[in-house]
Design a protein. Sequence first.
Length: 373
Amino acid sequence: MRVIVVGAGVLGTMHAWEAVGRGHEVVHIEREAEARGASVRNFGLVWVGGRAGGTELETALRARELWEGIGARVPGLGFRANGSLTVVRDEAERAVAEAALRLPDAASRGFKLLDADEVRDVNPALRGEFAGALWCERDAAVEPRTAQRALREALTASGRYTFLGGREVRAVVGERAVRDDHGDLHEGDAVVLCTGAWLGGLVRELVPDLPVRRVRLQMMQTEPLGEALTTSVADADSFRYYPAYGGPGLDEWAAARPQAPVAAEHRMQLLMVQREDGGLTIGDTHEYDTPFGFDVVEDPYEHLAGVVEGMLGRPLPAVRRRWAGVYAQCTDTSRVVHRQQVRDGVWLVTGPGGRGMTCSPALAEETANEIGW
């Protein structure tokens, strides 16, 4: 079978990986020279802990299993099973973390509540003042800026993969074929459009009422920390934004403990992961109302720096980079991704939201099974 994959972000790359792994030939088309969107601007987190129970958690757990296997085959992916700590500052936040231990699927997430000394044993870089943390053993990380490149190199070595960068697909032609802006026609037995946050143009023509929205976020990266941050780290504001933690206890805490004004304005949580060069990737904000601003604003960065310094018990290393990114998110919160057959032999797969890096291997596997590769 010859498969045409459009979009070289993590979701498109994983569809190419799945197709090649099943013995098929893949032509992979990307409008940029290589991926430039959310897939290289994210944390690189394979984040299982906060996922909603049921299908979303099952997808994340399957993806976590697949990521580990792919990481063993592609060392350049930078996969590491580092787990995560959601740090709590006091007994009120600790009570929300304790409630997570009573979830029916808490064991599959690898949840454990640690006191402050246990947190420092797991992650000695955290020397600040806090009451403990919710440990999630199943969380992991990869290197987002280099992951797609490493995967493409491994795919190319198969001899059944062709990457065409700098080509924008302008039209679906008949069945199972697309035409790019060079005028070239690419025909296959199946076409998968993984266009990420590019929801206009061809995508709008194919699905005018697509139930997907765009979300903008801000992030930053520091100079090397000078020591190992052995886990990924979140703050208690993360409880507000991940569906696993929902319930009366969270509602009571959130009502009694509103976010700081800047955090509430920008719908913020702290997520932090250390890169292979020792720097810290830190974020993030959420903006939903379009048109988005074209600039980044400083207040959220200052807030996050203060939260991190409180956890580390030391000044934050100098910030090296600041950036914004946009991803696509299903408006139907019960779905992990929007997957739709838009023509005979042509499927659109988009909108995993902030779950793209986490869930993409399992989502690609689901697409392959649904299409019948």
